[in-house]
Design a protein around this ligand. Structure first.
Ligand code: PLP
Length: 431
């Protein structure tokens, strides 16, 4: 299909990218009628697939019924029901759900609640927040100040007064992706545990860490370290949350009780912007977290709430968390097969339907011509959408994270298209 406006060079709308016009299930279609298998759920958010009629009906009905109501003025049925559903799927472990429009805003909310928690105890010098290197917790100034993502932080240091974050904890051993518990403990001792307000970690690192798993023992050790130090434990489940790892949350199987959980993406499966910060009883016992964190014009708007509620119900009706758990090992096996023998890949890692193929490239070549975007571009040529992750040669990874609705037959197509893309890159890399 030709489209004059899109082809106008000054608008540069194509800019080398196909123009998506419709999507259904795990498939996206462009203006030329080509199909793309969505191997990354968009940006790891379209967890139940595209164009699900039940979700579209829920959005439409809510928009017709009540499009906007702000919590300062009205309670809304949609928000009440969503909050009840979130409490149900989290086993009533949290005291409050504070809504935002994105994962970045949920991180900002968590940071504000952390500082409020310590200030309420007169502990105003506890201002250090430690995260992992690599990590990504959002694009807003506060979220970036605690992110181990040099590219996204670039030129933004003047925005951060360096009081909130004294940075990140990195692994010393070049072969390991994430810091060990001993490295966290050393960092606590060096800074002074009484100054550390919070630790923020992802159970499986996404955009920055490339599906590197935080071992359950490390997470349990971090919980103990935080308990001994009066530090709050914040778990970022923006990418892992709501079923992606084969459990509702990536931290569930560790048995660890976080003080705060940050969520977004999968909560509405990409149908509408919404995020949420889940707050435990201990964070602000005498006060409403929602009141303390204030809020945004659109946070907790009825249309996003009705959408997220429909998504959570759809996931349960179709048993999608169990499906992700079942398909995870199959995806690992197929990724291992398709990458076996390639010089520029390492064995797959990750959990459930959040997996990655780590890449091997020397640091100099990574700086000038990184492999991950090349593989993703080649995959697009063969009709497969993937997600390039990592902040340096060590963390560079291709994320493979299809919708939790993917069938085994579609997984076969994903692997076949990936194989073609890898072959093309192998031929051009070693020619
Ligand atoms: N935290 C993690 C782990 C993420 O992966 C992201 C986004 O990719 C964010 C936070 C920020 O979320 P958002 O893009 O919705 O602001």
């Amino acid at each position: 299909m030709s489209n004059d406006i899109l082809d106008t060079p000054e608008l540069n709308l194509r800019a080398g990218k196909p123009v998506a016009v419709k999507a259904s299930g795990c498939w996206v279609y462009d203006t030329e009628g080509r199909d793309y298998l969505d191997g990354s759920s968009g940006t790891i958010c379209v967890n139940i697939g595209h164009g699900v009629p039940e979700i579209i009906s829920a959005m439409t009905e809510q928009a017709q019924q009540l499009g906007f109501a702000h919590r300062n003025q009205f309670a809304s049925q949609a928000v009440r029901e969503l909050t009840a559903e979130i409490h149900r799927v989290t086993g009533h472990r949290f005291k409050e759900v504070v809504y935002t429009n994105s994962g970045s805003e949920a991180t900002e909310t968590a940071l504000r609640l952390v500082l409020n928690h310590h200030a309420a105890r007169g502990d105003v010098d506890r201002t250090v927040v430690l995260a992992q290197f690599p990590s990504y917790h959002g694009m807003t100034a506060g979220a970036l100040s605690i992110s181990g993502h040099p590219q996204r932080r670039r030129n933004l240091d003047p925005l951060h007064d360096n009081r909130l974050s004294l940075g990140t904890v990195a692994a010393r051993d070049a072969a390991s992706s994430l810091p060990t518990l001993a490295e966290w403990e050393e960092r606590f001792a060096a800074i002074g545990p009484e100054r550390i307000a919070a630790v923020v970690v992802e159970p499986v690192s996404g955009a920055a860490g490339g599906a590197a798993e935080l071992p359950d023992e490390t997470l349990r050790g971090l919980r103990e370290l935080c308990d001994r130090s009066g530090t709050l434990l914040v778990i970022d489940e923006v990418m892992t949350g709501f079923g992606r790892t084969g459990e509702w949350f990536g931290h569930d199987r560790s048995g660890v009780r976080p003080d705060l959980v940050i969520t977004a993406k999968g909560l509405s499966a990409g149908y509408t912007p919404i995020g949420a910060c889940l707050v435990s009883r201990e964070v602000l016992p005498g006060q409403s977290a929602t009141d303390a964190a204030v809020g945004h014009t659109m946070s907790g708007n009825p249309v996003s709430a009705a959408t997220a509620l429909a998504v959570l119900r759809y996931m349960q009706e179709h048993d999608l968390v169990a499906h992700a758990a079942k398909l995870g090992p199959l995806l690992t096996e197929r990724l291992a097969e398709v990458t076996a023998g390639l010089e520029f890949t390492r064995p797959p890692r990750g959990r459930g339907l959040l997996q990655g193929v780590p890449l091997v490239q020397d640091a100099e070549e990574f700086a000038t011509n990184p492999l991950a975007p090349r593989i993703c571009a080649a995959a697009m040529e063969y009709g497969l959408q993937l997600y390039p992750a990592g902040v340096d040669a060590r963390s560079q990874t291709i994320l493979v994270a299809p919708p939790l609705t993917i069938t085994e037959a579609e997984l076969d197509i994903l692997i076949a298209r990936l194989e073609q893309a890898l072959r093309l890159v192998a031929a051009t890399t070693h020619a």
